[in-house]
Design a protein around this ligand. Structure first.
Ligand code: ZN
Ligand code: FE
Length: 253
């Protein structure tokens, strides 16, 4: 399965997934229509199905125009705010798109409607998990977000993580404040710095790498708990408390 990144806005990625049908791709989170249309034209492909992770405009804003040009199924979470959906899905639903069987995972926290799409080897997680970070907690609670991240953490380490934003450099810079001694993080930060210097994409990441470097997946590591306690100047032990402390720390950094 080949996946292509289409750049949108300042730092969004719209993912184009090749299917068994050579002429068709699955498009994930098209916040803008134009870059997708240009890409399709260039590659001589059309859209099989659009998958949506959550209602935010930078993930849905291009759908209406894309389906006006060439109608296709639009599949996403139950939320009346996403008016272009032709089918809503939730965890446990069977979903076959482009000859690929997908597992839908509910991953609330960034928003309440947020879902992720998984097929062995590939995770499309929108704004739930970023490389080195996670989405801002706009609608959910620390408990929900932590549960969502725990769910993603259980997927196989080799899973490639296709998140929706190029936030990696800022994320790893913050992660280094939490875990300055983390050697894997240090070398990843260097790699990311070099990639971004050449304006290259840092994604996809892998879950195994994220488990080693992402403070928002490491809420039960001693070093991360210690950093959270020091920052909050109080005792934070539960995963939710540690997660929330770090989330607020980053929001105000
Ligand atoms: Zn979002
Ligand atoms: Fe976003």
């Amino acid at each position: 399965m080949r996946v292509h990144a289409i750049e949108a806005f300042d730092d969004n990625y719209i993912w184009a997934i090749e299917t068994n049908n050579n002429d068709k791709v699955i498009i994930v989170d098209p916040g803008e229509a134009k870059p997708v249309q240009q890409w399709l034209e260039q590659k001589n492909k059309s859209i099989e199905t659009i998958l949506v992770t959550h209602h935010h405009y930078d993930h849905t804003g291009g759908i209406a125009e894309l389906i006006k040009q060439s109608p296709c199924p639009v599949i996403g979470p139950e939320n009346p705010e996403i008016k272009t959906l032709t089918r809503t899905v939730t965890e446990g639903d069977e979903l076959t798109v482009g000859g690929i069987q997908w597992q839908v995972l509910t991953t609330p926290g960034h928003t309440l409607d947020h879902i992720s799409f998984y097929t062995p080897g590939f995770l499309f997680c929108g704004d739930t998990l970023f490389s080195g970070g996670c989405g801002r907690m706009f609608e959910g609670t620390p408990e929900q977000f932590t549960q969502s991240l725990l769910k993603l953490r259980k997927l196989p380490g080799e899973t490639r993580v296709f998140c929706a934003h190029e936030y990696t450099q800022a994320n790893v810079n913050f992660a280094l404040k939490v875990e300055p001694e983390n050697a894997v993080l240090q070398s990843y930060a260097e790699k990311v710095r070099m990639l971004r210097e050449q304006e290259q994409i840092t994604l996809p990441s892998t879950l195994q790498l994220e488990l080693a470097i992402n403070p928002f997946l490491r809420f039960d590591q001693k070093s991360v708990i210690a950093a959270a306690n020091k920052h909050a100047e109080s005792v934070k032990n539960t995963p939710e408390d540690v997660f929330y402390t770090i989330r607020q720390w980053k929001d105000n950094a």
